[in-house]
Each structure stands twice: as structure tokens, then as C-alpha cells.
Design a protein around this ligand. Structure first.
Ligand code: PA5
Length: 464
């Protein structure tokens, strides 16, 4: 109702903690937001035009019933056949499914239920070695996710896994693989077609870090019995809200606007701090989308701008005993975005033991959920008292619909922030450069010597 609170159903975004009303001179006035309405309108137009040409597709994924049904059909065929799922992929190909798994399954799922889900999201030999030692390939499905198919980390893991499957299962090895990749391009698609390996497609218009609501995130979720239709319904409801042009009706544009105005005041760090362990990997997913989408050297017209705002993840209440001292008293360079949950799926009452002591008595008869919520408000209060910017995303509870809504909210906010900063939020030339130098260092045909002779990394390695 007032101009600092907006949201969809179970998700509410409150940015009063960045305003001049609460922070005084360091705060953002509603008139500051009004002053950038033309820039926001421009960003909105760019988004709508690209959406109309299907160059930006993430808003429309919740309506893609063919994609959703394809995921459900394949998952139904495979359900009950495997004790383990091992997910191969990195960056946008793993952060989304990881965030879903952590948010919607029990924290001890892999100990107490099946199928267990493991993420090989790094080429750390100890992580890989340990996962492979602890699963029986005959009881395991490997989901191999790479939009391009050419990412060295995922390619190497796939080679290891494929060899293991072939040695263990011979010709039946293909029954233990699902490849999730571009519908036409890349080596994974070639293999899927040539060898008849089960596969799902990532729409070409959806980049890695925006792909959580494609088979990348939906398929592993569906295998674990998560209601992906509810997730997409939540995302769809949010999409309708974050496609509105009026910034004061659109929470994602508001999120982008306050971050943009904060950045102009030197606030170059955006902290996402859920007060919920289940949402910590969502903060990791946010770290990628915010960093990779807006951290850009070039403006849309090719000028050097070196744009970006460093995303940081923090966990409440744990990081109150690690980071919050810095947030409250350190440099005025952060906006701390707190997520709190009104109703947890489980609660633990605090019993009346030691009830007559000053030190513990005040906790007796309360609950663990009550304590963590009070801590969220405590941190918010301390930040505001100290003149530090903070926003507050409140969730009624954590469920599939809410999570879908959150993904859509942050994706839309990222798109808007990119265009406000006049950069392309959908490319990643810096990542591609690193990939190509790796190809050169590992001797990939066509890349040899392309970077090595001039690479400072190579020189440094030789000197060391
Ligand atoms: O968002 C991105 O584009 C990247 O983080 C990619 O997801 C990541 O590099 C993995 O790429 P791919 O899915 O092609 O293996």
C-alpha cells in the first residue's frame, strides 16, 4: 500500500530500510526513485522489445507446458529405478538445481531418503573421487548438464563417468544418463542423437544463469518428487507482477532501482542474507546471477564502463557472529538484503529448563523459529540504527511456489539492473575468455598457443 512495500502473495519486498526516512542523509528518497523513472522506462522497453522477439525468454518459461510436461514424462519413466542421482554441471548448470534441492528437501535428505542427490559442481578430484567411491553406478543416474556442451569441467567429469558406466554396465550404460543441453548445438546433443541417450533441451534463448526454470533445475527437482508445476505457477505469478512497467508496482524494478541508486552512492556490495539454512544456496545462485550479469567492462554501445556490484552471500543468524560487525560498523559500501520466513516447516520449542536464570530464562517457552526471526529483525534494526542500507524480503513460508517466485523476482531484477547500468545482462565475455585460456592450456585443438605466449598466467607459472 505505501510506496516502500511491494510483493506477490507470499513474498513481500520492503525497502524502507534504504530510505532517507529511516537513514537520513545517506538514504534514498522516493523522489530519487521518481527521478530515474525515465531510465527505468527505457530498461522496461528494452526488456519488452527483446521479450517480444523471444531474445529474452525467462519470463515466459512458466507458460511452456511442452517443456514442463517433457520433464515430468521423462522423470516418471525413470522414477524408482535409481538410488542415486549425480548431477554433473557447473555455474548456471548447477547453482539453480542446488538451490532447489537445499530449499525444498530435508537438510539430511541424503542420509534419510532416496534417491540421494549429489552435485559434482567442481573439478575437485577429492569431491569427485569421494562421490564415485560412495555410489554404485548400477544404481545411479547421471544428469549431465551443459548448455554449450563444451565446458571443460563438465566434459572431463562426463568422460570419467561415461568410462565408469561402460566398464560396469557395457551397452546398458546409456540407460544411466540424461543429457541436458542445447536442442541442436554442441557435443552433448550430438552424442544424444547418435547414441540414443535420453535428453532434454535448454531453450537456446535462456542463458546458463537464467536456466533454473528449464530442465536444468526442473528435471532433478522432479526426480526428487518436488512439485515443479507449483514452482512454475509461483514463477508465473511473479512474472505477471515483475513485467509491469510502473516501478512502484513492480518489486523487481524497485529492487534494481534501489541497488542502482545505492551504487551511485558508493554502495558497491549487495549482500543477500537469508535467515534460513534452506535458502543459503539461493544466495549462492544470486551471487552468480548478479555478478555475471552486471559485472561488465563494456556498455551496450561498447564504451569502457567497468560496471558491477559485488554480490556477497551471508547466512543469518550464523553470520551475525562473523560478518555483521563489519556490516554495521564498517564502510558504507553495502546493502544488506535480508530474507526472513514467517512460518518454518518445522519448529523446535525451547523448554523451561534453566528458566529461573537471567542468562537463559528469557528463552524458556519460546521457540527456535521465534529466535531466528527476532535475530533477523535485530540485524535489520542494528543496520538501520547505524545508517546502513538494508532491504527485507519476507516469505510466508518456503515451498515450491515461493521458490519459483523468488527465482523470477531476482532474474527480473537482474535484467533491469543490467539495463539501468547500460550493460548487457545476458552475455559473459569474461567467463568465455577464461574458458578459452583453459582450452589453450589443456591443448584443445584450434586453441593451442592462442593465449599461452601472451598470457600473464603462463609467465607467472614458469617463474614460480
Ligand atoms: O551463466 C552462464 O552462462 C555460465 O555460468 C554457465 O552456466 C557455465 O559456464 C556453464 O556453462 P555450460 O552450461 O555451457 O557448461
Amino acid at each position: 500500500t505505501d510506496k516502500t512495500r511491494k510483493g506477490v502473495g507470499m513474498i513481500r519486498f520492503d525497502f524502507s530500510g534504504v530510505t532517507d526516512k529511516l537513514l537520513g542523509g545517506r538514504g534514498i528518497a522516493v523522489s530519487d526513485i521518481e527521478a530515474i523513472v525515465p531510465a527505468l522506462a527505457c530498461a522496461h522497453e528494452t526488456i519488452m522489445a527483446a521479450r517480444a522477439k523471444r531474445e529474452i525468454l525467462f519470463y515466459d518459461l512458466p507458460n511452456d507446458n511442452t517443456m514442463i510436461e517433457g520433464v515430468i514424462t521423462l522423470a516418471e519413466q525413470l522414477k524408482g529405478r535409481f538410488k542415486n542421482i549425480v548431477h554433473l554441471g557447473i555455474g548456471g548448470s548447477s547453482l539453480g538445481p542446488k538451490a532447489i534441492f537445499q530449499a525444498l528437501k530435508d537438510p539430511l535428505h541424503n542420509i534419510s531418503a532416496e534417491p540421494r542427490l549429489f552435485f559434482m559442481d567442481n573439478v575437485d578430484p577429492e569431491l569427485m573421487g569421494s562421490i564415485l567411491e560412495n555410489i554404485d553406478p548400477r544404481e545411479t543416474l547421471f544428469t549431465v548438464v551443459s548448455k554449450s556442451g563444451g565446458t571443460a569441467e563438465t566434459a572431463a567429469q562426463f568422460m570419467v563417468v561415461y568410462d565408469l558406466l561402460q566398464r560396469t554396465l557395457g551397452k546398458r550404460c546409456h540407460d544411466h544418463l540424461v543429457l541436458i543441453t542445447d536442442p541442436e548445438k554442441g557435443i552433448l546433443r550430438k552424442l544424444a542423437v547418435a547414441d540414443g541417450i535420453a535428453s532434454l533441451s535448454i531453450p537456446p534463448e535462456v542463458g546458463g544463469r537464467f536456466s533454473v526454470l528449464t530442465p536444468v533445475g526442473l528435471f532433478p527437482a522432479c526426480l526428487l518428487g518436488i512439485d515443479i508445476q507449483a514452482m512454475m505457477a509461483g514463477a508465473g505469478k511473479m512474472a505477471a507482477c515483475v513485467l509491469q512497467g510502473d516501478v512502484f508496482k513492480n518489486p523487481a524494478y524497485l529492487y534494481a532501482a534501489v541497488h542502482f541508486l545505492a551504487l551511485a552512492r558508493g554502495v558497491n556490495i549487495s549482500v543477500l542474507m537469508p535467515y534460513s539454512n534452506a535458502l543459503y544456496d539461493l544466495a549462492d545462485w544470486y551471487r552468480q546471477i548478479w555478478a555475471e550479469s552486471i559485472g561488465k567492462r563494456h556498455s551496450l554501445k561498447g564504451k569502457d564502463v567497468y560496471a558491477g556490484q559485488t554480490p556477497v552471500k551471508a547466512l543469518g543468524a550464523t553470520d551475525q557472529h562473523s560478518q555483521v560487525q563489519l556490516y554495521v560498523e564498517g564502510p558504507f559500501d553495502k546493502i544488506v538484503n535480508i530474507i526472513d520466513v514467517a512460518t518454518f516447516r518445522k519448529d523446535v520449542p525451547i523448554p523451561h529448563v534453566f528458566g529461573d536464570t537471567d542468562e537463559m530464562g528469557y528463552l524458556a517457552g519460546k521457540s527456535i523459529a521465534g529466535l531466528i526471526r527476532a535475530e533477523a529483525l535485530g540485524t535489520k534494526g542494528a543496520l538501520i540504527e547505524s545508517g546502513r542500507m538494508t532491504s527485507h524480503i519476507s516469505l510466508e513460508t518456503i515451498d515450491a511456489g515461493t521458490l519459483g517466485g523468488l527465482f523470477m523476482f531476482f532474474e527480473a531484477a537482474t535484467a533491469c539492473m543490467g539495463y539501468l547500468l547500460d550493460v548487457n545482462p545476458f552475455d559473459q565475455p569474461g567467463v568465455e575468455l577464461g574458458k578459452q585460456i583453459t582450452f589453450d592450456l589443456m591443448g584443445r585443438r584450434g586453441y593451442e598457443g592462442k593465449f599461452r605466449s601472451s598470457s600473464p598466467v603462463e609467465r607467472m607459472v614458469i617463474e614460480l
